[in-house]
Design a protein around this ligand. Sequence first.
Ligand code: NAP
Length: 275
Amino acid sequence: MTRKAFVIGHPINHSRSPLIHGAWLAEHAIDGSYTAIDVAPADLPDFFGRLRSGEFTGGNVTIPHKEAVFALCDSIDPLATTIGAVNTLVVADGQVHGSNTDYLGFLGNLDANAPGWDRADRPAIVLGAGGAARAVLVALQSRGIAVHLLNRTRATAEALARQIGGAITAGALDDFNDLAPGAGLVVNTTAVGMHGSRFENLDLARLAGDALVTDIVYVPLQTPLLADAQARGLATVDGLGMLLHQAVPGFAAWFGIRPTVTPMLRMAIEATLEP
Ligand code: NAP
């Protein structure tokens, strides 16, 4: 029987997930499909009825449904609760299980493109305390890495650090220059970098020469932060890999094969990022 998966959102036509999963379905000659389905918020409960009836093996959830599906799932992965968002659904025996694979995408991207990045016994600096920062904090905690969480609005960083718990200290973006010499990793999770915007007061010269700089913004692929880091000879990893790697666990659960993020897949998705 053809196994069917989906991404639901509203709107949904911007999603690159059908391209990613479509490429893997073709590569592995799987009798399956992955389609983008526009589901308005009011129609979400009905859609879950279709899920429980066995029409789909599972799928992805994107904006604006990532929080609303909590109330509709039969079970939720505890880390998705900590992150505060569900992006992956798996249906088994008429029950819908929700999880979040963004933190695995973040880890998979760094593991593939900067192997050994988590071996240095130094804290990371995470810039930003919005939705995406939660997944990054959970990811770094899973590898035992302490974090300085710096945000434009300091109070938001303080609240998030309290909520996630563990070895996270909160501060403002202005604290970067003092903390930079001791950091092994810098992660941008803010919207800064999109549309050519840049951080004004971060002095990357204060970072150690072996520090790694990564950005989860992937439009543009080369953000000003990454360009500045490269100009200083620092290693960098861009954000597209996080998008590609977060798709791996879902595909494996729905179609039974763990796919690989290949350079060819990356090039195909990269081509869709052109202005
Ligand atoms: P969000 O919840 O709206 O959070 C935005 C964050 O950016 C907040 O910390 C905010 O600080 C900060 N910020 C916004 N404008 C700023 C400015 N001019 N200067 C300094 N800080 C600023 O957004 P999100 O969902 O976390 O997403 C953030 C970015 O991550 C987006 O670009 C998104 O595309 C990207 N993302 C990428 C992936 C991937 O797979 N690569 C996955 C998820 C998200 P305040 O608290 O002070 O407002």
